[in-house]
Ligand binder design. Structure first.
Ligand SMILES: Cc1cc2nc3c(=O)[nH]c(=O)nc-3n(C[C@H](O)[C@H](O)[C@H](O)COP(=O)(O)OP(=O)(O)OC[C@H]3O[C@@H](n4cnc5c(N)ncnc54)[C@H](O)[C@@H]3O)c2cc1C
Length: 390
């Protein structure tokens, strides 16, 4: 990784954005022998991928995302070895809890739908829930458990992808924002930076919350807006919780890290405000208290902890909370990999494969048709499954 690396004057592909998605894509492109430049405006993992809760979850996915999530899960256990760096991956499952009888039928129906799509997920009731997570509040009556879900460290993962991309021959340029997209006769011809133009026929927009700006540089708009999920980190307690916990009636995503600290998210919002030249996130007090109260109702042990740190990260959210992946009709050679809507970390290993396969061969193992930007041309595009907080 370099800030002083001489900038290439041409490349087969330029990836804009050194979050977990862009770094994974750059790695997979370089692995396929393409000459690739990864441009990062700040540092790798400085935005959503640095703030992420690191949940690696298949359950609760929109059916358009589930095939990507399942293929990504097949990659996660071997990722540290493949990338040559620890990504702190732990596969202890994800448990979505139910407190009220009235919420049971909907979750049971969702579990059946996911089983029909091939996901290994089951309903647990009463004491069986406590076999998996002994400390849940006494009001919990059931849960949906997917044993192959888990969590990993998002900063380590992003940096591991970036370093592996560089080892495979990619030029990774931090503190080097893309400032313009060049095209001729409707085809990408290059990317502008402060250090000059990189001639290329492929551009990947993996700029997260800033991806609408990159689209504007290419002359079109995308239905992506910015939100900022907020996280809490607590003091440590003896290890007691191994799966990641969610709940249908509370805004909570809870995990205990291997150092005993609890990491709490679930979609509590921070404020997004415009600084001089970029949006920033500011923590919200009501989200701190709301998050603490929801999570301690579900996991009462949390009442013995103190909040150590609060932070938030800027995330790109689409109108149907499913990412936009693949080519666009507006400019040939311009590929979207953005709009991960609060749950893109888990998908990242396979997002790299999907986009790199498309660029290198024109073919992908799973179709991207339902993930293309043009799905928003049809009125009434809505999520077909209520997304879970990550
Ligand atoms: C608090 C929080 C918790 C989350 N928890 C989970 C979870 O548990 N599980 C899960 O699966 N997902 C989770 N997510 C979502 C997940 O982290 C994101 O979907 C994922 O990290 C998005 O990665 P990205 O590479 O698209 O974006 P980012 O990580 O935001 O990367 C985009 C990069 O583009 C760079 N950039 C911007 N403009 C330019 C430019 N002009 N030139 C070059 N570079 C540019 C930025 O500096 C940034 O580094 C969470 C997100 C947040 C914020």
């Amino acid at each position: 990784m370099s800030r002083n690396h001489p900038q290439a004057s041409s490349a087969d592909a330029v990836v804009i954005g050194g979050g977990v998605e862009g770094s994974s894509i750059a790695y997979q492109l370089a692995k396929r022998g393409l000459d690739v430049v990864l441009l990062e405006a700040r540092e790798l993992a400085s935005a959503a991928s640095g703030a992420s809760a690191g949940g690696v979850r298949q359950q609760g996915r929109d059916p358009r995302e589930l095939p990507i999530a399942m293929r990504a899960i097949a990659m996660w256990p071997g990722l540290s070895e493949e990338l040559g760096a620890d990504v702190d991956y732990h596969q202890h499952g994800h448990l979505t809890l139910v407190e009220f009888e009235s919420d049971l039928p909907a979750l049971e129906q969702r579990v059946r739908a996911q089983q029909e799509r091939g996901l290994g997920i089951e309903m647990l009731y009463g004491d069986d829930v406590r076999e998996v997570a002994g400390g849940v509040g006494e009001q919990v009556i059931a849960g949906a458990f997917c044993a192959s879900d888990g969590h990993a460290n998002p900063i380590w993962t992003t940096k591991a992808f970036g370093a592996a991309a560089a080892r495979e021959g990619a030029t990774v340029l931090e503190r080097t924002p893309a400032t313009g997209i060049l095209s001729d006769s409707g085809k990408v011809t290059g990317v502008e930076t402060a250090d000059g133009v990189i001639a290329t026929s492929w551009v990947v927009n993996a700029a997260g919350a800033w991806s609408p700006e990159i689209c504007k540089m290419a002359g079109f708009d995308v239905p992506i807006h910015t939100r900022a999920p907020q996280m809490l980190l607590t003091t440590e307690l003896p290890m007691d919780l191994y799966p990641v916990i969610g709940c249908v009636s509370k805004l909570i995503s809870l995990k205990q890290l291997m150092n005993g600290r609890y990491l709490i998210g679930g979609g509590w919002p921070a404020s997004v405000y415009q600084d001089i030249d970029s949006p920033l996130a500011r923590n919200r007090h009501d989200s701190i208290t709301g998050s603490a109260s929801h999570s301690s109702a579900i996991w009462p042990q949390l009442l013995k902890t103190k909040v150590l740190r609060v932070w938030a990260g800027l995330e790109a959210e689409t109108d149907d909370v499913v990412p936009i992946l693949g080519p666009v009709d507006h400019v040939e050679g311009f590929i979207m990999a953005s709009g991960f809507s609060g749950h893109g970390f888990a998908l990242s290993p396979y997002v790299g494969v999907l986009i790199a396969d498309y660029i290198a061969t024109g073919e992908t193992a799973i179709p991207m048709d339902d993930l293309l930007l043009k799905r928003f041309d049809a009125p009434g595009a809505v999520p077909t499954i209520e997304p879970l907080p990550s």
